[in-house]
Design a protein around this ligand. Structure first.
Ligand SMILES: [Zn+2]
Length: 80
């Protein structure tokens, strides 16, 4: 997983954020996605939520992130 972060320069690929970085699977494992670098992309927590369609509007996103992101942990959702 660290190789993905290194490839992407430890930045969110969508917004360039350096914080709360997570690994996003372009294809979920249930959709025959795998752990190859091609299938993984670095996203911040906010963009990761958006990518999974969990954002209704900005306020709810902020609330979700507050509950799910723990300071000091870079990859809380590496299995998503
Ligand atoms: Zn982002």
């Amino acid at each position: 997983m660290k190789r993905v972060l290194e490839r992407d320069g430890w930045r969110c690929r969508k917004c360039g954020s350096l914080e709360n970085l997570q690994i996003h699977h372009k294809l979920k494992r249930s959709q025959q996605g795998n752990d190859s670098l091609d299938n993984l992309v670095t996203l911040c927590a906010y963009c990761h939520l958006a990518e999974h369609g969990q954002l209704g509007y900005e306020k709810s996103a902020a609330e979700v992130i507050e509950k799910t992101v723990q300071p000091g942990r870079r990859l809380p959702w590496s299995s998503l």
